[in-house]
Ligand binder design. Structure first.
Ligand code: PMP
Length: 439
């Protein structure tokens, strides 16, 4: 029997090698995942793996949440997909529900499928509204892989694809742990921001349209801009007639302990994009903006008719996600479990010399691994060994995706994870940190 299953596995990987296009940096995780439920993944042998990545950050409510399963079943059987010029109740309901969770003037929504696509639409709207074309972002940004969202992504290599969309500019990511902008040892983010915008002004051709940012950079290394930073950034945008686009693909909908992570920073974006978490595992995304921006764009002929825009099924799922979060008060859950996760990580830092930094918010936390806490030399191979050892022991977590950096681990379990599973995951990480140090 075990010989049979071994040859069946070899055949699986052999077929994968022959027929799949490879697309990621680290290749594929060495397991054939057969099923997933809540915070648990199961491979074909029945081995359980705790999921600290929430799928790819999208399974906010855990895998196969009963309310999502029921919504998909019902929608696919009654109203699956429509011509992009037709409206249905789920779409209007979701748009109105989103507006109720958001501050003014964010009241108008478009439902799409993916994160990159929602940023594509947001960037197009910003260009149409301002009549300008330059887009500014952080130098560790991630907003997607498509045309404009890919051009505004700097945490992936840009090499090999020829020209990107012109007019993309960057400022330094306000990384309090590593920034070279320091005054008396403390991160001097105002000088860093001033410097960034001095560079932007110098390079700009006078057509600054928007700044696009995550309120807590996730793929870019779990970096939350310091208190006060976003208000200062908003001021820079206002002074230049630029819009502020906030991308909450990973942070939105309770994950960080607030409904939206921008709320903590005391700013309101001109355009908000939501994706991953809005679909709880399915491709659902949204662009939300003000009446004024929407009206101007519409008057100027805004065009974004994708196959799946305003899809009833996607919208029904989004509506169920919002309702589930509201009824369960999941922002409180993320706060409570986030505290527990944070305490656990700080405790690990006491015992593992190579944990240089613990950071993040709610159920989106990260640890940065270093060879030496004083020099902060990145412990790259160690990061790779730790994640591999975790997987062997039954925990899946992943590494932040920066070119050439393998030393920042992201911990983002689903909001529905149990306290015992959270603690077990931390225990596995503890063991893995020790095992990997010996490699
Ligand atoms: N924005 C952010 C902040 C993201 O993390 C991601 C995905 N990692 C995207 C956009 C792109 O989303 P998608 O992969 O669904 O296009």
């Amino acid at each position: 029997d075990s010989v049979d299953s071994l040859s069946a596995q070899e055949e699986f990987w052999d077929t994968a090698r022959r027929h799949l296009i490879r697309y990621g940096r680290g290749g594929f995780v060495p397991a054939i995942i057969e099923r997933a439920e809540g915070a648990h993944l199961y491979d074909e042998s029945g081995r359980m793996i705790i999921d600290f990545t929430s799928g790819q950050m999208s399974s906010l409510l855990g895998h196969s949440h009963p309310a999502i399963v029921a919504t998909v079943r019902e929608s696919i059987a009654t109203l699956d997909h429509l011509f992009s010029g037709m409206l249905s109740r789920p779409v209007v309901d979701l748009a109105a529900a989103l507006a109720r969770t958001l501050p003014e003037p964010l009241c108008k929504t478009m439902i799409l499928s993916t994160g990159g696509e929602s940023n594509e639409a947001a960037i197009k709207m910003a260009k149409l509204y301002t009549g300008k074309h330059e887009i500014v972002t952080f130098d560790q940004s991630y907003h997607g892989v498509t045309h404009a969202s890919g051009a505004a992504t700097y945490s992936l290599s840009r090499a090999g694809y020829g020209p990107v969309v012109p007019g993309n500019l960057i400022i330094p990511t306000p990384n309090s742990y590593r920034s070279v902008f320091r005054k008396d040892g403390v991160h001097d983010w105002q000088t860093e921001l001033d410097y960034g915008f001095a560079m932007v002004d110098r390079q700009s051709v006078g057509s600054l349209a928007a700044f696009i940012a995550e309120p807590l950079l996730s793929t870019g290394g779990i970096i939350e801009p310091p208190t006060g930073y976003f208000a200062a950034l908003r001021k820079k945008c206002d002074e230049r007639g630029m819009l502020l686009i906030v991308d909450e693909a990973q942070t939105g909908l309770c994950r960080t302990g607030d409904w939206y992570a921008f709320q903590r920073h005391g700013v309101v974006p001109d355009i908000l994009t939501l994706s991953k978490t809005l679909g709880a595992g399915l491709p659902v995304s949204a662009v939300v903006t003000s009446d004024e921006i929407e009206t101007t764009c519409s008057d100027r002929g805004f065009m974004f008719t994708t196959t799946h825009v305003s899809d009833p099924l996607a919208a029904a799922v989004g509506r169920t996600v919002l309702r589930t979060l509201e009824e369960g008060r999941f922002e409180l859950t993320a706060q409570r479990l986030g505290e527990r996760l944070r305490r656990g990580l700080l405790d690990l830092q006491q015992r593992h010399e190579r944990i240089g930094d613990v950071r993040g918010r709610g159920l989106l936390q990260g640890i940065e691994l270093v060879m030496d806490r004083k020099t902060k030399e990145p412990a790259d191979d160690y990061g790779t060994h730790v994640t591999a050892a975790c997987f062997d022991l039954g925990l899946h977590l992943n590494i932040a995706q920066l070119p050439g950096v393998n030393s920042i681990l992201r911990l983002a379990p689903p909001l529905t994870i149990s306290e015992p599973d959270l603690d077990t995951g931390l225990g596995i990480l503890d063991q893995a940190l020790t095992i990997a140090a010996e490699r």
